[in-house]
Design a protein. Structure first.
Length: 254
């Protein structure tokens, strides 16, 4: 059995507690996979994808390390192939529910947002729900904190993940980070209008983002500004005879 297959088998059987990736050359696919007792040089994206899937389903992993022996200079750029390799690992981290600690070199936190997405995928409500809410802390190798303009977001995600109640973590991530920019408003057309004021009250973030999000919601649901219209729509929801109620799909209470 190859070392790679052995590592994947160990992950699938939940027998590994720590896994390391050590980058030899950031401009290539040569990355060393290190597990207790053996090491393997990965040079193929498919191998990264297989490892990413195994990491995502493993329940015994407690620590993930992404390191390198060098420091990247400001004029050095990571290749697209290396980005794809990182994405495969980050996708595994996103699905994983056991890794508590992440350690990494500064060069593994580029401007692209793969790691941020793993912890809070704001592309959709479902994306946030399925994000990683269990990894609690990150440490940076070589004693250097990366100069990344979005680093504060990463720190916020880890602080939220410290909350024991993961439903609360999900609610906070949605309240703080979903209602930004051109967010998808369609999920809210599937809930009773009587619930929407509660949704508005939960929106957090900067004043500009919060006001913009509330304005979008009110523009989409103008009846929220009209008490009589809102009462009529709520009555239609209760009786099952309102036109909006007939059009919207039924959903189960969570």
């Amino acid at each position: 059995m190859s070392i790679l297959n052995y590592a994947i088998r160990q992950l699938n059987e939940n027998k590994l507690h720590r896994i390391r990736f050590y980058c030899l050359l950031c401009s290539s696919l040569k990355v060393v996979l290190i597990i207790p007792g053996c090491a393997h040089i990965i040079e193929d994206l498919d191998e990264f994808n297989r490892l990413g899937e195994a990491i995502g389903s493993c329940t015994s992993l407690r620590r993930l390390s992404l390191g390198s022996h060098y420091r990247i200079t400001e004029d050095y750029h990571i290749s697209n192939e290396s980005y794809e390799c990182l994405e495969a690992i980050y996708k595994g981290l996103e699905r994983n529910r056991s890794i508590a600690h992440l350690s990494m070199s500064v060069d593994f936190l580029p401007d692209k947002m793969g790691l941020f997405k793993a912890l809070c995928d704001t592309s959709s409500l479902e994306g946030i729900i399925k994000s990683n809410h269990h990894t609690l802390q990150v440490s940076y190798l070589h004693g250097s904190v990366p100069q990344n303009p979005n680093l504060h977001l990463l720190e916020d995600f880890f602080k939220l993940n410290l909350i024991e109640n993961k439903d609360e973590v999900i609610r906070e991530k949605i309240a703080r980070y979903y209602f930004i920019g051109d967010f998808d408003i369609s999920p809210f057309t599937k809930i009773s209008v009587s619930v929407l004021p509660k949704v508005l009250s939960l929106i957090k973030g900067s004043n500009i983002n919060r006001q913009s999000a509330i304005f979008r919601m009110l523009k989409t649901f103008p009846e929220l500004c009209n008490v009589s219209s809102r009462d009529a729509r709520n009555a239609g929801d209760r009786e099952g005879s309102g036109t909006w109620s007939n059009k919207r799909p039924k959903i189960d209470n969570q």
